[in-house]
Design a protein around this ligand. Structure first.
Ligand SMILES: [Zn+2]
Length: 61
């Protein structure tokens, strides 16, 4: 990510891209994992959200 993010918390959850069904699914999966106390799976979902590629994302406006 770029220079816009200057507030970085160690456990801040990554933001899903708006309108991305895959990210939305990963968020749901993370929430479900946390709900059952499976933090390993929740972290996995975080990582997937963070690394999910979005072609339009790098564009500036
Ligand atoms: Zn996505």
């Amino acid at each position: 990510m770029g220079e816009a993010v200057h507030l970085r918390l160690p456990h801040a959850p990554p933001k899903p891209a708006p309108g991305c069904p895959v990210c939305a699914d990963l968020v749901a999966r993370r929430r479900a994992a946390r709900g059952r106390g499976d933090f390993s799976a929740a972290t996995d979902a975080d990582v997937e959200i963070r690394h999910h590629p979005h072609p339009g994302r790098a564009r500036r406006r």
